[in-house]
Structure formats: C-alpha cells, structure tokens
Design a binder for this molecule. Structure first.
Ligand code: SF4
Ligand code: MSK
Length: 658
C-alpha cells in the first residue's frame, strides 16, 4: 500500500449508506481493512459547492469568476452584467456541448473504422451485419437494390459523414424523425446541421459577451443535443451494429462474482467497442491461452465495466463486473490482473489504486492518457498489437505480482440482455410481420400503461443503485414497461430484474404481456450511445399509429436517477427536445424559480417538445413519470379503465401472430 497515503481517518463511515450493491459493500469493507479510499469516501468528505451545484457562478472570463446568490438569484449580476439566466443557460450549454462532443466523437471513431473497412485498409474488423447495413442505408434514403455490400457501405459512409461535417442542411437521420416532431423542430430552428458546426457554435455563443438571451441559447443547446441523439450517438450505435453485429437477447452474468481466482482476469472499461472486440480475440487466441496456462492459470477471464462492458454484454454475453461506482472497488478484490481503459468515465483515482494491488493499468486511446500511466495505443490497423500486449502483461501479473489476499464477492446475477429496436420489432411481431403493432395495441388497451427509459450513471452523492432499482420496481408494478441503457441497466441486472421471471414484480397487465412473449419487464438496450435505440423505438411507435403524431404525444417518460456526467445532460436534453418528459435525480444544475428554470420545466413543453424535471426520491419520481404517462393517455383518449382479464388463447394467438 506504499503508494496510497494511509490516512488515519477519525470519521467512521456507514458503508450501507454508500451502496445497495452487496459486492461493492463487501469491497468497501476490504478497502477499509487495506487502508485505501475511494470516490465514496471522497464524496462524503468533500461537500459539493452550493453555488456551483445550482450553476450560479461563471468563470467565462478573467473579470470573474463571478458568484451570484442562488437563494436570491436576481439580487446581483456578474461583473459584465450577466444575469443569472445568462450565466446558467451558458453553463448548461457547455455541459450539453461537452456531452454531445463525447458521444459524437465516439461515433466519429466508429465511422473512421467503418471507412477503413470499406476502403480495405482495416482488416481486423469486417461488416458483420449486412441486413442492418441495408436497413440503415435505406433509412437515410440510399437505394440498395442491385448494389453490392461494399457499394452500399461506401455510399452509407459518405452520407453519414454529413452528420459531422455538413455546414448547412439537416443531418441524415432527421429522416427517421416523425414528421410532426420534425415540423416542430423546423418551426423553432432546432434541426441540427453537422455536429461539428453545432458544438462549435455553442462554444462561441457561450463565450463572454456573445449570446445573452437564455431563450436564444436554449435553441442552440437543442441543436447540439439533437446532433448527438439523432446524430453522433445514432451513428455510433448503427455502425457498431454493422461492424460487430446487432444484439439479440442472450443470457449473461453481471457482478464481481464473474472474476475467477484461478484465471487471468482482464477488465476493459470505457466506451468504444473496438478495443473490447479485439481484446475478445486476444483472450481467445490459442497461443496466449497456452501462455496463460504455462503461467499456472486455468484460462483467461475477460470482463467489462461501464458502457464498453454493456456493449459486449449485449452483443456477445461477455460478463460485466459492475457499473461506474464499482470501478474502483473491483480492483480492491486483488483479482484483477489488468484493467484496460479507452475513453469516458475513467476515474483518475484508478491507476494509483491499481498500483496498491499490483493490477496492471493501461490507457489505450490517444484522447485519454493519465499522468504516470503506461499507454499502449490501439491502432485500428493493427489492434491486436495493443490487446495481445495487454493480455501478456496480465499473464505476467498473474504469475508474479498477485497480492496474498484475494477476495472475490460471490455475487453473479444472470439476466437476459441484448435487446435492440430490431429485436423488439421481431419479438412482438414475429418473423413474418415484424411490427410494433402489438406494443401499441397493448398500450392502447391498457395492459401496458406506457414506456419509461431509465438510464445513466451511478453517483457517490446518492446510495449506489438504490434510486435506479426502487424507481424501476415502482414503474413495472404500475404496468410501465422499462427500457434501459448504461450503468442503470447494470444496477437492475444486479437486482435480478432482467430475468423473465421478474414479471412477478410487474402489474397484472405488463406481467401478462411479459409472460406471453417471454420477455422481462425491463429490457436492456446497451450502452449510453444506445439511447439512440430508444429514439428509434419512439419513432416506430409513432409511425405504427394509434398513439398520436409526435413523440411528445406518446405515453412515455425518461429518467437518469443517479446521473453524474455531462453526457447525461446532453442525453436528457435530446430526449426533452425529441418530446420526452425527462426527470433527473441527485441534483439539478439550475436555480429553481428562475426564468431559465421555467423555460426548461414548462416553456419547452409549450413549444410542443418535452420537459425537464428534478426529483430526488425514487417513489416521487415514479409517481411523476406515471402522472405524465396518464396525462398523455388522457390526451390520446385511451385512459378508460382497462378491462381486467387474463389472456385467453385467442388473445395469445393474436399477440403472437399480429
Ligand atoms: Fe463574470 Fe461576466 Fe466574466 Fe462571467 S463573463 S466571469 S459573469 S464578468
Ligand atoms: S458509463 S456516462 S457513468 S452511464 Fe456510459 Fe455509466 Fe454514466 Fe459513464
């Protein structure tokens, strides 16, 4: 433990206040014995700045930083005269810009790989899903008839590049937006041009002395956020599916019990799937497996964390070790031989913690280096050079540097993962008539009250997983079908709600549908960028008919109950601008009662978009989401009391064959 200062803490922590995850709790106790600290401890010791928490400060120029009083927000202005509404809308805009840039740059990397594959420079990855390639091409107006795969792929690359670089005009996936929603966007100037332009313009407008009208700033926030959801994130999802395969449901395991003491354990943490795809090849390479065996290991165990993990959990059933707030604690098991990271959500505390346990830690992406950490860059032209080297380092650590005490929490939770828009279509409609009609019909007849997207991070400012799990339990109990991505999906998987038999926790209508179709009441759709699958599903629900003309008409709601990253703000804002009522937990970076707060929570809805809300308590959050869903049902004229009856054979046949 030489590298981490062992602090004699007078403070006693109640670890049960930190987490509801049993494995993480167990490792918090071990961390205490080992004298190491984590983000949970640091969050408990460091109060969030009350002015910054509500976005009442500005440091956009050297006349400041300026601090306003969130309790009396109109009592003063910044040195330049900026009002509370200007300051917080500019801060909000920069959060949206950073979050959108993260997803869109991730999508750009996928597009770079795709271009390399199409041009024949990259040989390690191929087009795996030709059906999806054709579907995506057609969805952006490319005719595929009589064309070979490479021709379609080349045309698709050229079209999707516009998502980033287009100076004028609408991004390609705007063609997927329901016409009424698109009409509202056009009316208010919300349709994104290229993401590079939108993000550049946000940074310009939020510079000192440029845009000083919160109502004008929010439009640019909308364009940049939509350039993420319907642009960069959607490109990331679609190209990853084309290159690595569209997920289909499979049984997979989550939690730290997937570590194996007699194996070389390697964790991949981050967001971009290409590192993980190559690591899978390396971990299965007979030569490297033989080297592992020669070092005394029974094999090589690969595990994911955060969104990289969620992608390969969905696509290949690779076990997942835990969500964001478990990334430090998994290292304290002592069983992790190597952790390889790429981009996003990588805590800077990880490498020093890894050194305490002899775990080898590597950065692999030129965008994310960490001071003092060995960098082994992944080059798409020869990715195995990087991943083989990391596997060998892990084998070396297994052989020579494992700590005396290894503790692996024996929690391994099985569930069904890997739902995609395409599979939901097939699952509900059957092979010959893939359709969302059964979903819409079951919403109209009231068996399913509505659909909620519960997504996002975990955050040490709230008890890990607690808000996610309690919220989702409350929603399904009230017949709301839940779709999930990111770290939230892993929280629910650990709680056992990704299994079909979790339908016993659902209300009678939702349970009937789940039992008939054989699906869980909580569907995992993958990583943060895969929130784009939820947008596509919403469009499909509108297109199928019977639930209104725009996404804002649908009985749907969204939540990020334990969010922490700027990406979550970008996601929240693209859902709101797409028409979805979206609730955040933990904290909300806006002073309540200001004009900008009113615009987010009421004004956007008056424009025909969705609206923001903030609630900490999971039960109140569920109540408000259900109230919104009911309000939409009332507006659609489908609120009548549902006839409560069990499915008879005719119902089942209808559901299976419609
Ligand atoms: Fe202060 Fe205005 Fe400068 Fe912001 S831009 S730091 S409010 S003077
Ligand atoms: S990894 S952004 S902590 S969901 Fe996508 Fe998890 Fe949030 Fe990172």
């Amino acid at each position: 433990m030489a590298e981490v200062e062992k602090k004699e803490k007078k403070k006693q922590y109640d670890f049960k206040e930190f987490t509801t995850c049993e494995a993480t709790l167990m490792m918090l106790q071990k961390a205490a014995e080992d004298g190491v600290e984590t983000a949970f401890h640091r969050a408990a010791d460091m109060k969030a700045c009350p002015i910054g928490a509500e976005s009442a400060c500005c440091k956009h120029c050297a006349m400041g930083p300026c601090r306003l009083n969130p309790r009396d927000p109109y009592s003063k202005v910044g040195v330049c005269g900026a009002t509370i509404d200007t300051i917080q809308s500019r801060n909000f805009a920069r959060m949206v810009a950073s979050g959108s840039a993260s997803h869109t740059d991730h999508g750009m990397t996928m597009l770079d790989v795709f271009r390399g594959v199409v041009e024949g420079h990259i040989k390690d990855y191929q087009i795996k899903d030709e059906v999806k390639l054709r579907e995506v091409a057609e969805s952006v107006g490319i005719s595929v008839d009589g064309k070979d795969t490479i021709t379609i792929a080349r045309e698709l690359y050229n079209e999707l590049e516009k998502t980033y670089t287009q100076v004028e005009g609408e991004i390609p996936f705007a063609k997927r937006v329901p016409p009424k929603t698109l009409e509202i966007w056009r009316k208010y100037g919300l349709v994104p041009r290229g993401a590079m332009r939108e993000i550049m313009e946000i940074m310009h407008r939020s510079h000192m002395g440029v845009d000083q009208d919160y109502q004008n700033i929010i439009i640019q926030c909308g364009r940049a956020a939509l350039a993420d959801g319907w642009g960069g994130s959607m490109v990331a999802t679609e190209i990853s599916d084309i290159l690595f395969g569209t997920p289909k449901p499979l049984v997979a395991a989550v939690n730290m019990g997937n570590l194996k003491e007699d194996h070389v354990n390697i964790i991949v943490h981050g967001h971009e799937p290409n590192l993980f795809e190559s690591m899978i090849d390396s971990a299965n390479d007979p030569v490297l497996l033989e080297e592992a065996r020669a070092a005394g290991a029974a094999g090589i165990q690969l595990l994911g964390m955060c969104c990289s993990g969620a992608e390969v959990l969905s696509r290949h059933g690779v076990p997942h070790a835990g969500n964001f707030m478990s990334t430090e604690l998994v290292i304290t098991t002592g069983a992790v031989d190597a952790m390889a990271v790429d981009v996003q959500c990588i805590m800077q505390a990880l490498p020093s913690l890894a050194r305490c346990y002899g775990t080898r830690f590597f950065t692999t992406n030129p965008r994310c280096k960490i001071e003092g950490v060995e960098h082994i860059e992944l080059h798409e032209h020869n990715p195995r050079e990087c991943t083989d080297k990391i596997v060998r380092m892990a084998i070396e650590r297994f052989k020579n540097a494992r700590p005396e005490k290894i503790v692996i929490p024996q929690r391994r939770d099985l569930g069904v993962h890997g739902f995609s828009h395409e599979y939901i279509n097939y699952m509900l409609g059957g092979t010959f008539r893939a359709s969302y009609k059964p979903l819409n019909d079951n919403i109209i007849n009231g068996r399913i009250r509505g659909v909620a997207g519960v997504v996002g991070c975990t955050n040490p400012r709230v008890r890990q997983d607690y808000v996610h799990v309690e919220l989702v339990k409350e929603l399904i109990k009230n017949n709301v079908l839940v779709v999930q991505t990111g770290c939230s999906q892993i929280a629910l998987a650990k709680a056992g709600l990704m299994k079909p038999d979790a339908a016993v926790l659902a209300g009678d209508g939702l349970a009937e549908v789940c039992e008939t179709v054989g699906m869980p009441p909580v569907l995992g759709l993958g990583s943060c960028v895969d929130n784009s699958r939820i947008l596509v599903a919403c469009s499909e629900m509108v297109r199928t008919g019977g639930l209104g003309n725009s996404i804002a008409d649908l009985p749907v709601a969204g939540a990020a109950p334990e969010w922490m990253s700027e990406k979550a703000v970008a996601i929240g804002h693209y859902f709101v601008c797409s028409g979805v009522y979206t609730v955040f937990g933990v904290t909300f970076p806006i002073v309540k009662g200001t004009k900008f707060h009113k615009l987010l929570t009421e004004g956007l809805a008056e424009m025909g978009l969705g609206k923001w809300d903030f609630v900490e308590d999971p039960y109140e959050m569920a109540r408000k989401m259900i109230a919104h869903i009911d309000e939409r049902r009332r507006a659609l004229g489908i609120m009548g009391p549902r006839e409560r009856k069990l499915f008879d054979m005719a119902d089942r046949r209808a559901l299976e064959t419609v």
